[in-house]
Design a protein around this ligand. Structure first.
Ligand code: FEO
Length: 175
């Protein structure tokens, strides 16, 4: 069974992953209003991926005999000054999330909770991808600068992203 300290930290992380989903959904609306449907699609997929992160923590906590406590979700900002500003914000946000995952891992090690440390490895790897994808798009936007043709091309590229749902967890299966 998971201890109280670890349980509280995971409940907080569930909340932060929910916030991430909220943030990207807010960015999707911003892009849609700006007529950039491809960017909006990319953010909608990202918001769904964050809900996968939520459910991974949620299922893991239940599986360890813990109690899931859903906390108030902070409202994300709703406006950005440019697509680059939004992606730089997303990149900075993912760097913060990486810090949170690292803190959780440090806690699981100090609590000698090897099961949680093992579970967190998936998130350690995932954060490498999360940072890389936001940073890569921010870099492309910097290269494009004020070219509307470049923005149009990138919008078309981002329209191709699809959400792949993870396999449904089976009763009693490993989260
Ligand atoms: Fe759940 Fe984007 O990290």
């Amino acid at each position: 069974m998971i201890n109280q300290k670890m349980q509280d930290a995971i409940n907080k992380q569930i909340n932060r992953e929910y916030f991430s989903s909220y943030l990207y959904l807010s960015m999707a609306a911003y892009f849609e209003s700006a007529g950039l449907k491809g960017f909006s699609n990319w953010m909608r997929v990202q918001a769904l991926e964050e809900m996968v992160h939520v459910m991974k923590f949620y299922d893991f906590l239940l599986q360890r005999g813990g109690t899931v406590t859903l906390l108030d979700i902070e409202a994300p900002q709703s406006k950005w000054t440019s697509p680059l500003n939004a992606f730089e914000y997303a990149y900075a946000h993912e760097q913060k999330v990486t810090g949170m995952i690292n803190d959780l891992l440090t806690l699981s090690n100090s609590e000698k909770d090897h099961a949680t440390a093992n579970f967190l490895q998936w998130f350690v790897n995932e954060q490498v991808e999360e940072e890389a994808s936001a940073s890569e798009i921010a870099q492309k936007l910097k290269l494009i600068s004020s070219s509307s043709e470049g923005l149009f091309m990138l919008d078309r590229e981002l329209a191709a992203r699809v959400f792949t749902p993870p396999p449904a967890p089976q009763q009693g299966a490993k989260a």
